[in-house]
Ligand binder design. Structure first.
Ligand code: XMP
Length: 513
């Protein structure tokens, strides 16, 4: 079975919601891709999408250079759902009118629905939705009927059943829209006639089969970091071609306590993988000796990482494929070309230049992060790896302020392990999106027993966030902080003070360096 035989296209008009819409569609087991609003009707038709969804966007349809889709799209007979800006653009393109209102309608809004419309089948007559707009559809186009309205919005939704064109002024994809899931379900299954064949188990089986065909009897090389993406990518390839895959795990010595051993154990013992672990801590520490500047540390680690990887790869000789853990948000083209900048400076290294390979395999290229996790669980990856919180490539090096030594690493590893253990014991490890200890480089005076101490200060950092671009400091219960603090002071040598970071991002960043 080709699980991509049915797909929905989300056309990105520059809003922040295109990826969220795509995830909501996939949650209903329908495969979905995001492409620019510039994709032509001919391309859409040729690719055989079962339906198209227009995302919202920040523009007014009357603005200069307002993004518009190919008008032929409305004539294809393929179902289209316009959301927010997408709804206004549909109205405007099909002969209706859009006007600017003096007040912005924003937030939870009660809307009355015509639930004889297939779009709102099984939706309550009155239901709360999330609105966020200034412009509104003031006159609906010929051939359409109004299927929902609110006190301030005469056309909260409209439909042209004959042409299969549907529009909503509000956002069905956000959780505030109480029955948004049902509405998307109606669009996908009753209007687009999808069957819902996008399931992780079939993704895993099909991907393994495809990898087998693509790789044949050739050799694959993969850099394993212990992060969820590279782990799942490597495992898929391993299931497909077994020992034809060699993984190189460069342990730069700045991983969390025992992490290197855990990674090795999982992949060597549980999965019997061909894994080469390179213990390169000394090499990294000597390159980093005396270096305090954060960006310089990042650069040194990034470069050294690639050098070590290349040296190991050279020992293996020519390989045919390099396996990469690229995921969908890394490759999705954004509608207006702005949403991509975010992560680049964070990636350690990039592609090795000096490794002899002819092609790349990227088995996770189509998946969102939550889907990678599901695939990982399907494949039997242990939960601690699947749910591993994000960990920066340069590791603890950017959590030790100032220069790095083995002693400092030991202190930080021990303090961090206690913090993580207590967060997990309290059952907060999935609620707090990232949490760790920092060795601040501050020494301060304390008293222990009868003696004066002059020792290190550990800072604890915990944040809640959706996208890691902005974050709030986590409201960790005082009693839990107290327990962590007293355990760190008692169990970790050379620490006499523990503080908790109560700064959001912005203005601070999540990491201290
Ligand atoms: P900041 O500190 O910029 O972090 O608020 C945002 C997210 O990115 C991670 N981060 C990094 N990841 N290499 C990485 O691979 C890096 O150099 C790096 N710096 C920050 C950070 O842990 C957080 O999840």
């Amino acid at each position: 079975m080709n699980i991509k035989s049915e797909a929905i296209l989300v056309m990105d008009f520059g809003g922040q919601y295109a990826q969220l819409i795509a995830r909501r569609v996939r949650e209903q087991n329908v495969y979905c891709e995001i492409k620019s609003y510039k994709t032509t009707a001919a391309e859409i038709s040729a690719l055989g999408y079962k339906g198209v969804i227009f995302s919202g966007g920040p523009n007014s349809v009357y603005a200069d250079k307002a993004p518009k889709c190919d008008p032929q799209l409305f004539e294809l007979g393929i179902p289209v759902l316009g959301i927010c800006y997408g709804a206004q653009m549909m109205a405007n393109s099909c002969g209706g009118e859009v006007a600017s209102s003096a007040v912005k309608e924003y937030g939870n809004t009660e809307v009355a629905f015509d639930n004889t419309s297939v779009m709102f089948n099984s939706v309550s007559e009155n239901s709360v939705v999330w609105m966020s707009h200034t412009d509104y559809i003031s006159k609906f186009p010929e051939g359409f009927k109004v299927t929902a309205h609110s006190a301030d919005c005469p056309v909260a939704a409209m439909a042209n059943d004959e042409k299969k064109l549907y529009a909503m002024q509000f956002h069905p994809e956000v959780q505030h829209t109480k029955e948004g899931k049902q509405m998307l379900h109606n669009f996908l299954f009753d209007i687009c006639n999808c069957t819902g064949n996008w399931e992780m188990s079939s993704f895993v089986t099909t991907t393994i089969q495809n990898l087998k065909e693509k790789i044949g009897d050739k050799k694959v090389l993969c850099g394993l970091s212990g992060g969820v993406d590279s782990s799942v990518a490597a495992l898929l390839v391993h299931k497909a071609v077994g020992k034809q895959l060699t993984c190189i795990f460069v342990d730069h010595g700045m991983l969390r306590k025992d992490e290197g051993d855990q990674v090795e154990k999982v992949f060597k013992e549980q999965f019997d993988m061909n894994l080469i672990r390179v213990n390169a801590q000394d090499r990294f520490l000597s390159k980093l000796a005396g270096v305090s500047e954060p960006e310089k540390k990042r650069k040194i680690i990034g470069e050294e990482f690639i050098r070590v990887f290349e040296e190991e790869a050279r020992k293996i000789g020519k390989v045919d494929f390099l396996c990469q853990g690229t995921i969908y948000p890394d490759v999705v083209e954004s509608g207006v070309g702005e949403a991509e900048v975010i992560k680049s400076h964070h990636n350690v290294g990039g592609l090795p230049e000096d490794v002899d390979f002819t092609d790349i395999v990227e088995p996770l290229r189509d998946l969102f992060k939550d889907e990678v996790r599901k695939a990982g669980l399907e494949l039997g990856v242990p939960e601690f790896l699947v749910w591993r919180q994000p960990f920066p490539g340069p590791g603890l090096a950017i959590r030790i302020l100032g220069d790095i030594t083995e002693d400092k690493l030991d202190i930080l590893k021990d303090a961090d392990a206690i913090f993580r253990e207590e967060i997990a014991n309290a059952g907060l490890d999935r609620e707090i999106n990232q949490y760790f200890a920092v060795l601040t480089g501050i020494r301060s005076v304390g008293v222990m027993g009868d003696g004066r101490t002059y020792d290190n200060t550990i800072a604890l950092r915990g944040v809640t966030t959706n996208d890691f671009m902005t974050a709030d400091w986590a409201r960790i219960p005082y009693d839990l902080l107290a327990k962590v603090s007293s355990r760190i002071i008692n169990e970790v040598k050379n620490v006499n003070r523990v503080v908790y970071d109560i700064t959001s991002k912005p203005p601070a960043t999540i990491e201290w360096e």
